[in-house]
Design a protein around this ligand. Structure first.
Ligand SMILES: Nc1ncnc2c1ncn2[C@@H]1O[C@H](COP(=O)(O)OP(=O)(O)O)[C@@H](O)[C@H]1O
Ligand SMILES: [Mg+2]
Length: 254
């Protein structure tokens, strides 16, 4: 009904149950769309407090808009979505959605009001005060560690909130790498990290067909498209660095 069919990588992200999730992939992988739908599912739980934060409101607005579009589609499809307020003004930095699930003909009981609020970490004094159940850090690799330490971390303290970081990797960063990526790589229980390269993107966009597999060297991808499609993909100079080795030939034993 929301017109969102997650790709393989997006599914892995949604299915992960860890409290801190890092989704690393290139531009147009579908990170923001996945983030927006993750927000949607939380927002539909009465009483959820959610922030989507980015460097500027512009970045945070991506997830916000995907979520708002999906809500509107659900409503148009006949679901009784109790939208109480929508403010959608990126330029003014005012972006908020409120849903009111208060029962018995009453309204506005804070226990039943869910909200999504967009934030910009360029305006740190707006990052104080509230406690959230879900914090989405759009393009989180650009977030300075001081902002995380001083403002954001405390927002997910008392409600044991979850943190989702859809981001393109930006090389050296002083915050995600030690605080999210490394714990996930060590297999710490509350941390998850999905890293998706170009090949996942091609599969997501149906340029190639394939699926994820576990190999002794880590997560891999099996591509099972017809060979002419695979060669067309490899011939495209844009994909020059996707494969180190494109084929390995072995004579079938007798
Ligand atoms: N599962 C999906 N099904 C269809 N279209 C998708 C899907 N995921 C992403 N898209 C489309 O791909 C484009 C890039 O998605 P977006 O989430 O903005 O990418 P990113 O944040 O990774 O740069 C958008 O036009 C979006 O609508
Ligand atoms: Mg994005």
């Amino acid at each position: 009904m929301v017109g969102y069919e997650p790709t393989v990588g997006q599914w892995e992200f949604h299915r992960a149950k860890e409290r801190f999730r890092l989704l690393c992939a290139g531009a147009r992988f579908g990170k923001s769309m996945a983030g927006g739908h993750e927000i949607l599912w939380h927002l539909l739980m009465p009483g959820s407090h959610i922030w989507t934060a980015g460097p500027k409101y512009d970045q945070a607005s991506k997830e916000f808009r995907y979520c708002l579009d999906a809500l509107r589609k659900l409503k148009a499809g006949g679901l009784p979505i109790p939208i109480r307020r929508v403010v959608d003004n990126v330029l003014a930095g005012q972006m908020r959605i409120e849903l009111d699930f208060t029962p018995d003909g009453r309204e506005g009981d804070p226990e039943y009001v869910s909200f999504l609020q967009a934030k910009s970490w360029h305006e740190p004094d707006t990052l104080l005060g509230e406690e959230v159940d879900l914090l989405v850090l759009s393009e989180g690799a650009l977030c300075p560690r001081s902002v995380w330490d001083r403002y954001l971390r405390a927002r997910v303290g008392s409600r044991l909130g979850r943190v989702v970081v859809p981001t393109t990797p930006h090389g050296v960063d002083d915050f995600l790498y030690p605080l999210f990526y490394e714990p996930a790589m060590r297999g710490e229980k509350d941390y998850w990290c999905g890293q998706y390269g170009q090949i996942h993107q091609a599969i997501g966009q149906k340029v190639l067909r394939g699926s994820t597999v576990e190999t002794v060297e880590g997560a891999g991808v099996v591509v099972d498209s017809p060979m002419d499609q695979v060669f067309a993909y490899l011939d495209d100079p844009a994909n020059a660095d996707v494969f180190v080795e494109a084929a390995r030939y072995q004579r079938a034993g007798k």
